[in-house]
Design a protein around this ligand. Structure first.
Ligand SMILES: [Zn+2]
Length: 455
């Protein structure tokens, strides 16, 4: 009897197609939608041949197996455009009367954006209250401390959160919106995935209006907030459909003051998110369509945004691509680069975007075999012309390495201070939600040798 994982059957418009399986584990004989995936004679035939039946449908345009059965989650309102931050007052007023402001670095303050934000809110009849500032990725203690303040005198019916800054500030704002109204746990830790008490968010969070100032994480469009801790060391998500911001207000002009190294790391985070979502084993049709447009824009724009921070076209392209990447990852998941990046953040204090950028080329190499058709598609839409699929992929990975080098992102983990004695902890810390989307299963031994090869 052949090993079952060696062969599978895809059911396409009434025909059984023997194919190299994309998934090692079967979905069973029922699709995730609950319906049968193959007719009885087909199932009998497959059983007789000891073949597996997967629940995939092959799209006509692509060789990629695509499950046409999905949910799609996004903010109810997305407001995008150069200078449109000035509309914040009216938008906030549609959500409440008192806005707690969670914001990022001092650059925002220096550029006058915070004063402008408060003025806009006041003019629209919304009382602004500065709640907290964050200049690094949020810790459990940051959430707990600010949540305590927030809960005192809370008016849950009319209060809202305005989160303005990079992914850290928006994640913190989303977590605080949830912790303001969910008071069963003593700490946000009680609600995080995989640690604490596993409590669910039962009360509706405060509405969040998210204003990203870096084109990176796409947190303005996602349903989770990433929260870290030192003792014990972890980086986990607070996740709920209710945490999707009610309004994503994306003004690419806010990115003009971001320094080149922040633009570089956050820009490559966007590129990584678009590629990993597209290739994810949880890939979905709408996110894939978004990834195509996002990558086509971001691939040429990321260099320009770093070299000329005032370029309106580059900032617009990157902000839009970042938003699309958030929509994509919130619905499709990610992969190995993001799995490892979480551990690099926890154990080596490497910022998220930088860690993703460093891990992207090796992640593509690792996933190359089962995803060659998809990777070649991505290469072509980034303008790469090559005679063969293999050559297109090779060139694609090489161009990503070139972009990284040009915008100051190192190729080796040792350049970021990662040591050999940290590898086992990084491997153990990489097994989060992101890794579960990676197209191939990577064993601990494989991951160790990949990481050691990057020292
Ligand atoms: Zn990311």
């Amino acid at each position: 009897m052949p090993r079952l994982a060696q062969q599978s059957i895809l059911y396409q418009r009434g025909k059984l197609l023997p194919r190299v399986p994309r998934f090692e584990e079967p979905f069973g004989l029922e699709s995730p939608c609950g319906g049968p995936v193959a007719s009885e004679p087909d199932i009998a035939y497959a059983r007789a041949q000891s073949l597996r039946i997967t629940a995939n449908v092959v799209c006509e345009e692509s060789s990629r197996p695509m499950e046409l059965c999905y949910d799609f989650v996004s903010p109810p309102r997305i407001v995008f455009g150069w200078g449109r931050r000035r509309e914040v007052g009216g938008l906030a007023r549609s959500l409440g009367q008192r806005a707690f402001i969670v914001h990022g670095s001092r650059t925002l303050e220096r550029a006058g954006h915070l004063a402008e934000l408060s003025d806009q809110l006041r003019q629209a009849g919304v009382e602004p209250i500065e709640l907290t500032r964050i200049s690094r990725e949020p810790l459990v203690e940051d959430v707990d401390r600010a949540a305590q303040h927030l809960r005192v005198g809370l008016r849950a019916e009319t209060d809202l959160i305005v989160a303005i800054g990079g992914g850290a500030a928006i994640d913190l704002g989303k977590a605080l919106a949830a912790m303001a109204t969910n008071t069963e746990g003593d700490s946000v830790r009680d609600y995080l995935e995989g640690v604490g008490r596993g409590l669910a968010l039962t009360a509706r969070p405060l509405p969040v209006l998210a204003m990203p100032t870096t084109a990176g994480t796409g947190s303005e469009a996602t349903k989770n907030a990433v929260i870290s801790n030192h003792e014990p060391a972890f980086k986990k998500s607070l996740r709920s459909l209710q945490m999707v911001p009610r309004i994503a207000l994306v003004d690419p002009e806010l990115g003009v003051t971001a320094p080149p190294e922040v633009t570089a790391a956050s820009g490559m985070d966007t590129v990584t998110q678009l590629i990993e979502s597209y290739l994810s084993r949880k890939a979905q049709p709408i996110p894939q369509a978004l990834c195509v447009q996002g990558l086509r824009l971001a691939f040429p724009a990321v260099r320009e945004a770093v070299h000329d921070g005032t370029s309106r076209s580059a900032r617009e392209a990157m902000s839009h691509a970042a938003l699309l990447s958030g929509l994509a990852l919130a619905n499709s998941g990610l992969g190995m680069a993001h799995g490892v990046a979480a551990a690099l953040g926890v154990h080596c204090n490497i910022p998220h975007g930088l860690a993703c950028a460093v891990m992207l080329p090796v992640t593509l190499q690792t996933n190359r075999a089962p995803c060659s058709a998809e990777m070649a598609d991505l290469a072509r839409l980034c303008g790469i012309e090559a005679a063969t699929t293999d050559a297109a992929i090779e060139d694609f990975i090489m161009q990503i390495r070139d972009i990284n080098a040009e915008i100051g992102i190192p190729a080796r983990l040792s350049e970021l201070g990662v040591r050999r004695d940290q590898v086992s902890a990084i491997v153990a810390g990489s097994r989060g939600n992101s890794m579960s989307g990676n197209p191939v299963d990577v064993s601990d031994e494989q991951l160790s040798s990949i990481l050691e090869g990057m020292l």
